[in-house]
Design a protein around this ligand. Sequence first.
Ligand SMILES: CC(C)(COP(=O)(O)OP(=O)(O)OC[C@H]1O[C@@H](n2cnc3c(N)ncnc32)[C@H](O)[C@@H]1OP(=O)(O)O)[C@@H](O)C(=O)NCCC(=O)NCCS
Length: 165
Amino acid sequence: MPGPSAPRIRTARPADAEALALVDRLTWSTLHAVMPEPVPPYGPFFDDRHVPEDYLVAEVDDRVIGYVRLAPPTPLACNAHVRQIQGLAVLDEGRGRGVGRALIRAALDEARRQGARRITLRVLGHNAPARRLYESEGFVVEGVLPEEFLLGGEYVDDVFMGRPL
Ligand SMILES: CC(C)(COP(=O)(O)OP(=O)(O)OC[C@H]1O[C@@H](n2cnc3c(N)ncnc32)[C@H](O)[C@@H]1OP(=O)(O)O)[C@@H](O)C(=O)NCCC(=O)NCCS
């Protein structure tokens, strides 16, 4: 029997809002989220600061199963050579078959295409799956804010990672 199809990575469109919001809701956990769990009524997924062009989505068999958000860390011209991964999630059912890695590689390519020379991200200290993925894609730890967040009763480090492009 053939295995699952390979993910297709593409830039998000306005019509993806609902599917992406669902990915966020279904994957929410204190392993990676510092925002409280979303509760109805849900706000819009896209707004002035979260535009479709900043998201790459992964589709398997025409269904959105994950995304990565790539944006400049600040609007400053003097910071314009850096891109930051500001969100990465894959639905449970799609995990463990290379979708997260494909999204990260697509984000690296997109950051290079936009002319960036560095890419950074923040990850919670206890998020072992994401940290292993980032390390295996060339990111190194560049700083740690110890016990920056209190999540589910545990103090958790905020780990800053980066790599050149
Ligand atoms: C992190 C996440 C995106 C990985 O997605 P994925 O599609 O399962 O990842 P992949 O199948 O591409 O795996 C890539 C690598 O990640 C690491 N990894 C993935 N799942 C792992 C797990 N459960 N335990 C340890 N390492 C894991 C491995 O290094 C893996 O490489 P390998 O398959 O060669 O061993 C997914 O677990 C997720 O959505 N987590 C919740 C959201 C999150 O933590 N986002 C990051 C916020 S900073």
